[in-house]
Design a protein around this ligand. Sequence first.
Ligand SMILES: *Cc1c(COP(=O)(O)O)cnc(C)c1O
Length: 449
Amino acid sequence: MNNATFAQRDLSVLWHPCTQMKDHESLPLISIKKGDGVFLEDMEGNRYIDAISSWWVNIFGHCNPTINNAIKQQLDTLEHVMLGGFTHEAAVVLSEKLLAVAPKGLSKCFYSDNGSSAVEIALKMSFQSWRNQGNHQKTKFVSLENSYHGETLGALSVSNVALYKETFAPLLLDIISAPSPDCYHREQGESWRNYSIRQFEPMETLLAQRHHEISAVIIEPLVQCAGNMRMYHPIYLTLLRAACDQYNVHLIADEVAVGFGRTGTLFGCEQADISPDFLCVAKGLTGGYLPLAATLTTEKIYQSFYDDYEKLTGFFHSHSYTGNALGCRAGIATLDIFQQQNILQKNKRLAQVMQQAVANFTEHPHIIDVRQTGMIVAIEFVKNKHTKEPFAWQQRRGLKVYEYALSKGVLLRPIGNVVYFIPPYIITEAQINTIAKVALEGIDRAVQN
Ligand SMILES: *Cc1c(COP(=O)(O)O)cnc(C)c1O
């Protein structure tokens, strides 16, 4: 079977995510036959370095032997049982392990099967928690400009990326939006820290004025991933935590993308030394194997739901696959690898190699910014470096980088004109240098004429 034949078969029956399907009249669909560590292999045997961890989910490579074995064993024991009224070992062990490594103060796990649902659950729990305590005023959520929290209507409501949101605006919740600490917009010579502090001022004012009606603030710690991999200083989280405490507002940390080591620490919140009232995790939770998500919360929130049935203060929310045993087992294996193989320590070296690999990129006449937080590197190119004028989005220059990189055996999938690496942690130093070289060549071609 060759790639083109298989792609044709696909296109006659499938509708792909986040895609204008007409693009595939000219843009080849890549038909993947197998995964092997950092590599994906297509039907014709071409191999691609998965520099973006298959949409940021893969942590320890494709077909990782340890995770494969864990799932195989679970499969022959119990594949799934409903979590309403029932429980099983994998769900309990994963919860214990997750709570042991999560920011302190989180004591309960509520499972679902994707990041958007984990966010919906946090929003609903926050709202109902106030209600259960007799507070019916707190009905609003605050989110940041340029944020992304998922695609279902509640999660999309608190998101702020126009491409995903604008069409559906009439259907969405009424949200309070605060300026982003995104340091791309800092003044020349201004530090990330100072800019992030300055950008916190409007948030502080907003909380001071409207806290009576605000249930929670939701934020992506340190990196707004879908929002062009924009980054900010941890001080913003520290200030936000303090203000949420002061004004009696919940803090929801959406670590769906940045959790599990992406920012250099297991969770981004650690760098600000804060604990949220809700922590949402998904993507890397199963090592990139299975759809599993969790919303972690505090004993205080949990207790606000805990009462006699007739009070109707329980959290009446479920998904059929809540706490799926195979997913939980993959999650356990993932956390075990982190611990047993000292991954976060080893990643420090890889992060350094990533930094060195792109160190001179800003010398390029169109590369305006190279930024890094831990294991995430982003390279932004523009039409005019002096005026910061971007290339018109209609020109889709990032797509040219994507196509060039594929031809060189690297999977990069720029967001607009931002090329980024979020590799699996098993990547080698040589492979990092390869993806950096290919990215620069790709950008060089994409900015021509
Ligand atoms: C991907 C993502 C989500 C949504 O997760 P899905 O599993 O795709 O529904 C939510 N929040 C953030 C920060 C994400 O990056």
